[in-house]
Design a protein around this ligand. Structure first.
Ligand code: HEC
Length: 119
């Protein structure tokens, strides 16, 4: 029996050390650092580019989305509408023939999921 003790212990230590390997932990925590989206940094340009002129005063006469409060309040409705198909009633951007790009739609969702931060 004794002759198995050493190999078994070595095996147990090998497993233990492979789980405690500090270099593994360091890389995986680095990968998780993703910047949170904010209205000012991530939303203003997208809205200015895609929802103009209709939602941008003074030329746009639809609900203004040039301010944080309105965009924050309406975010669920905004996401619902930009995810519709262009032929659906209520689709935004109004009368566009194509949907916004997947990455643009994801940017709206990420901002919502990150907690609707202003800056
Ligand atoms: C060409 C003009 C035009 C563009 C561009 C446009 N919209 Fe609209 N939007 C409208 C019109 C017209 C309405 C009112 C009719 C309706 O509710 O469908 C409206 C209504 C809305 C509403 C409902 C507002 C309310 O009063 O409750 C939302 C939300 C909305 N748009 C989001 C957007 C978003 C987000 C974009 C940009 C990605 C966008 N729209 C681009 C014309 C536009």
């Amino acid at each position: 029996m004794n002759k198995y003790i050493i190999p078994i212990l070595l095996f147990a230590f090998a497993i233990l050390f492979s789980y405690c390997n500090p270099s593994k932990k360091a890389t995986s925590s680095k990968e998780k650092i993703v910047k949170k989206s904010t209205y000012q940094a991530d939303m203003t340009a997208l809205i200015m580019n895609n929802c103009t002129p209709c939602h941008i005063p003074p030329n746009g006469r639809k609900k203004p989305f040039d301010n944080y409060t309105n965009v924050k309040t309406d975010i669920d409705e905004i996401i619902r509408r930009i995810e519709l198909n262009p032929t659906d009633k209520g689709f935004m951007p109004f009368k566009n023939k194509t949907k916004l790009s997947d990455s643009t739609i994801s940017a709206f969702k990420k901002w919502r999921d990150d907690g609707l931060l202003e800056k």
